[in-house]
Ligand binder design. Sequence first.
Ligand SMILES: Cc1ncc(C[n+]2csc(CCOP(=O)(O)OP(=O)(O)O)c2C)c(N)n1
Length: 626
Amino acid sequence: MKLLEKIQDPADLRVLRIEDLPHLAAEIRSLIIETVARNGGHLASSLGVVELTIALHYVFSTPRDLLVWDVGHQAYAHKILTGRAQRFATLRQAGGLSGFPKRDESEYDTFDVGHSSTSISAALGMALAAEQLKKRQRTIAIIGDGSMTAGLAFEALNHAGSLDRDLIVVLNDNEMSISPNVGAMSAYLNRILTGSTVNRLRHDVKSVLTNIPRVGESFFKMVKRAEESFKGFVIPDGTVFEDLGFQYVGPMPGHDFVTLIETFENINHLDGPILLHVVTKKGKGYGPAEVDPALFHGVGPFEVASGRKPDSPEKSPPSYTFVFGRTLTALAAQDERVVGITAAMPAGTGVEMMAEKFPDRVYDVGIAEQHGVTMAAGMASRGLRPFVAIYSTFMQRAFDQVLHDVALQNLPVTLCLDRAGVVGEDGPTHHGTFDLSYLRMIPNMTIMAPKDENELQHMLFTTLKIDGPVAIRYPRGNGLGVAMEKEFKELPRGSWEVLRPGRDAVILAVGSCVAPALVAAGQLASEDGVECQVVNCRYVKPFDEELLRTCLKEYKWVFIFEENVVAGGFGGGVLEFMAARNLWSARVVITGLPDRFVPHGTPAQLRHDLGLDSVGIRKKVLEYYQ
Ligand SMILES: Cc1ncc(C[n+]2csc(CCOP(=O)(O)OP(=O)(O)O)c2C)c(N)n1
């Protein structure tokens, strides 16, 4: 019988011998690799923390003690050990397990996550709640070195260090964010690992260790043993973390059960804020992911033996991300004011394409969306034209910076919002379905959404002609395969496009809804006898006022489709326009996302369920049109 089959919850794990744990780790790794190879997911991060996760559940009394995962993309072993091994095959599938911790999925999932750098704040909150409610518990935040680059994590360290409450922060250092980690903190951690800090302090390791209450000689022996297998393992005085009020323990090897378990047992007796610096290898145990952890950070299905994607017979159209990267590079070549900014996602956003040609004009700020946007504002205030490429969902974090630092001063910063709309299997933490609402209300903003990849390149070019902030939102995945025009062209600000005439009703479609609206209009005409005019509302702000006025006067029925929440979205803007001008003759039907969080599933299925594919659009028109 496999070890994993005996483990229904962590209590079953705790009766195993330490010698058995490497077998268990191997079983968990196989299950993770097989499942992600089928369903896609976050592979390398999860493989890197298998031993760490087992050791945490082995020593701490979960679920009473709380494990708070940062981002949560590395929590697959945690899910498997906490009663979800049997359902693990459903990972990221509609109705199946979420790819991230979810409180309504398990009592072991202490906090819903997806966006990074929340764990220390949330864990501190839980520790304070336990104190006030007189509950005994250990609270442990597990945060990666990449996630540690965000302001939120620093804010939490700053506060936690001053409060002196019981809190353990496990810093999982694999020297990688999605791509190699960046910044001074990363360089600092690296100096600790490579020894310059360690060597300076090694001579008085013993006196420091034996002075820590309840640790003493045995811990020192354990440290010495670890030291033999690992470059440096000390408790140095004077790390940044010590100065912030944490007891610093580490750096320690993150794949060695004996060291991990003894250390956790020891720090379980320590009081106050503790930072345990654990060194792991991203992708551990799966060759292709160890070799290229960035590629295997988040992956679609692949062949286990080779690590390669299955061959697809057809050549797929370029992705929006690729078209963005290529266009940005071309614009940078034409205009030396252009700079590119990414927040830890050079590959995911396509900014790396510009970095290859213009490395001095591209900045990876780390997971620091707020800083990236305000830095862009500073650049724009002095004559540069920054393009800030951040996924729609992560731009939420920089809302005030967009409003206060960019828009208020009407600065020409281009916000490039990839992964707008439903993103699929990553689910509600990652759907980019709020941007039209949170941007449309901001004065001075221009907002565009391309109907296809060709229009995206023209929009990027057009932003250089607009003297103020611009946001372009475009979907995840491949473009439509349309012909790419060679010359960039300017799309006059606030201009819409009539793509198909029709006398009976008008469809106002935004971005990803334009193509299915055209398909639906074709079927409505040929099969249902309803002729719809289709308008590509490529500017969500400002509107094409003249065209909108004509539509509102000439048609009894106006159908609006947008892959954004209805609340505050494009359709809401049309209603505001009508109200302000007393133009009430048309009936308006808005289809967008409802006022609830949309779960995970394939993008096609989600769009179908939301009525945003051609089937749904046709159905909606027929439902209302008389
Ligand atoms: C606010 C925010 N920005 C960007 C991301 C995308 N993202 C997910 S994981 C990750 C890297 C995290 O690195 P690290 O914390 O070191 O974890 P690792 O994957 O290396 O284990 C990034 C940038 C995110 N989840 N949240």
